[in-house]
Design a protein around this ligand. Structure first.
Ligand code: ZN
Length: 182
């Protein structure tokens, strides 16, 4: 039976802490929670379930958003209509990135931020992320464009950073000539 996750709001202090590295093997609780995150994010991107369970659509979540300050992120990326790729990264690290920066034209959203925040969030256009899967095997992904953006957003959560921290307060919007907007 699907049970909606209780996602913490930005005001919760868990969202501002630096999370700790995970020690393997994962506990059953950690594995169960990862599965629930995958289910929640998948359902939130399928209209029928989004309505049925009253979910806010989202493609990523990090453990601190569930009140656990451990370095685990989950991204459910829609590659095609209702076809998803799941990325579960334990102790993720950005090992290289492009100098080119991009920003989501419409701004970013976060399942922990329940208000409209306008502004462009500068991110690297491409990142290589290393980490471990649930069984402790080393994994690596090269992400670009919106997937790269998602990885940077989720890894920020592990360091207590929220997307709006990266919006320039004096100049929240970039022109097309200053930044590639996607
Ligand atoms: Zn977020």
């Amino acid at each position: 039976m699907f049970k909606k996750l209780n996602i913490l709001d930005e005001k919760d202090p868990h969202l501002r802490k630096i999370s700790e590295n995970v020690i393997f093997p994962l506990t059953k609780e950690e594995k169960d929670l990862i599965q629930r995150m995958v289910d929640h994010l998948t359902f939130s991107q399928i209209e029928e379930y989004e309505k049925k369970y009253d979910l806010r659509p989202g493609m990523g979540l990090a453990f601190p958003q569930l009140g656990i300050n451990k370095r685990i992120i989950v991204i459910v990326y829609e590659v095609d209509e209702e076809t998803f790729e799941n990325y579960v990264f334990i102790n993720p690290k950005i090992v290289s990135y492009s100098n080119e920066m991009i920003a989501a034209e419409a701004g970013e959203g976060c399942l922990s931020v329940n208000r409209e925040i306008e502004g462009h969030v500068p991110r690297h256009a491409r990142v290589t992320v290393e980490g471990f899967d649930e069984n402790g095997n080393k994994i690596k992904v090269r992400a670009r464009e919106d997937l790269a953006l998602a990885f940077q957003h989720e890894i920020d959560h592990l360091d207590g950073i929220l997307f709006f921290d990266r919006i320039d307060k004096k100049k929240p919007f970039y022109k097309e000539t200053e930044m590639r907007l996607i």
